[in-house]
Write a protein that binds this ligand. Structure first.
Ligand code: ZN
Length: 271
């Protein structure tokens, strides 16, 4: 599943080709994504310039004078920049065609992605308005997490993965950052000290920054039909390592379920 670093890498990958470019056509081959692609989108987007290519959480925003396209990659979506002449394949559901004869193409085999349109301020859209801060912004601090957590009798891992608290800390990044910070994923959020939140916040920022830097090496893949842009493997210290020795102490990594998601941790290193 594309996580925040993959989405940010996608944004950086497509931006140079579509920024300040004029939309000449919109092709909808399959409108049934997570939500239907709105009927008004095509008519309102054609002839618009893309003024900004932004990201909020895991949503990519293509901002024009008339409104904003809100893109989400869902479970399996990916974006590519191709020449207009490249034939669409089975799961290529949506294209935006630009005046430079390039297209932005969404491929999404599982169709949990979304293409939406809003004429209002995009950050006020119902999907975006309740999102917590961006983890890499200065407003995301230990003090912020500490303050939010005081009345939360919920496991820290579940707390971190709540996008109303902070966006973009998906399952892999929650597992890895809790390992790096030495915090047991089952520990209750309201019982964690400010000092331990300091360690956790810097672990989250580090791991996301490293993933985005690594994604930078895949940017050229955005212009290749069969490239796999943005899906990069980081060295993972606990995620997916059930029953293997902890890289730090050698004890066996344990796997449990928390809210339907797999949690991996070291009972010795994470307290
Ligand atoms: Zn350990």
């Amino acid at each position: 599943m594309p996580e925040l670093p993959e989405v940010e890498t996608s944004r950086r990958g497509i931006k140079p080709y579509i920024l300040n470019k004029k939309v000449t056509d919109v092709i909808i081959r399959q409108k049934k994504l997570r939500w239907p692609i709105p009927a008004a989108l095509k008519q309102q987007l054609i002839h618009q310039n893309i003024d900004k290519v932004e990201r909020r959480g895991k949503y990519i925003l293509l901002i024009t004078q008339a409104g904003t396209v809100i893109l989400h990659l869902g479970m399996s979506g990916s974006l590519r920049i191709l020449n207009k002449s490249v034939n669409a394949e089975k799961h290529d559901h949506f294209d935006i065609v630009f005046s430079n004869n390039k297209i932005l193409r969404l491929r999404d085999p599982r169709r949990f992605g979304a293409v939406l349109w809003t004429r209002k301020a995009p950050l006020k859209h119902k999907l975006l308005i309740n999102l917590g801060p961006e983890p890499l912004n200065d407003e995301f601090t230990a003090q912020y997490l500490f303050d939010c957590s005081r009345n939360r009798k919920v496991a820290i891992k579940t707390f971190l993965m709540n996008s109303q608290i902070v966006v973009g800390v998906g399952n892999i990044y929650a597992n890895e950052s809790l390992f790096n910070a030495g915090i047991n994923p089952k520990r209750l959020a309201h019982k964690i000290s400010l000092a331990r939140y300091e360690g956790l916040v810097s672990a989250i920022k580090d791991i996301l920054k490293r993933a985005i830097e690594q994604g930078g090496t895949t940017l050229r893949d955005f212009t290749q039909q069969d490239g796999k842009p943005g899906y990069f493997q980081q060295t993972l210290l606990v995620y997916g390592r059930a029953d293997q020795p902890c890289v730090s102490c050698g004890k066996t990594i344990k796997q449990i379920k928390q809210g339907q998601r797999s949690t991996f941790y070291c009972t010795h290193c994470q307290r």
